[in-house]
Design a protein around this ligand. Sequence first.
Ligand SMILES: [Zn+2]
Length: 200
Amino acid sequence: MELLLPRRCAGCGERGRVLCPACAGELRTPPERVFTRVDPHVPVFALGPYAGAHRGVVLAMKERGDQTVRGHVGAVVAAGVRHLQARGEVPERLVLVPAPTRARSARLRGGDPVTDVCRATGLPVCATLQLRAGTPDQGMLDAAGRRRNLVGRVEMGRRPTAPVVLVDDVVTTGSTMAASVERLLAAGCVVAGAVAIAAA
Ligand SMILES: [Zn+2]
């Protein structure tokens, strides 16, 4: 496809590379703690606001089959996690657990982009959470509605054995993270924190 279509920056849409120097610079900013309406039980960090380059790469990585962007976002997430490790916010030994997705939406997008991003970090990954079939889309719901929507809907496969860092693309109310953390804690996992690419 790259031979047929000119590449555009995933962050700002400018013609040229996968990520232009300005957007790459914006994505290098250190993760910051964010506080959500729903208590996720663990510290949540965002790599940036849901705007500019961060918003651009989140939208680009959701496009079907855009593996190149997912690889770049993986490097950005890896740098963010290393930053948190250096600050002592998350442990050295950890496993990334992608936030659960609805199987159908993952299929429509050509595989779950957050799982692909986690795999591209080079860190250990345990893709063990998923939303039970039939879970309605969270998009139109408020914080309380999202919370109710997710109760008992997060399913877990294999139990991660290292401390978990949950990873999601965008954190909004914190409902998905809270439901995921509750599921992991109920299974006896240690959850060190959560990282989102962007905070809305
Ligand atoms: Zn750009």
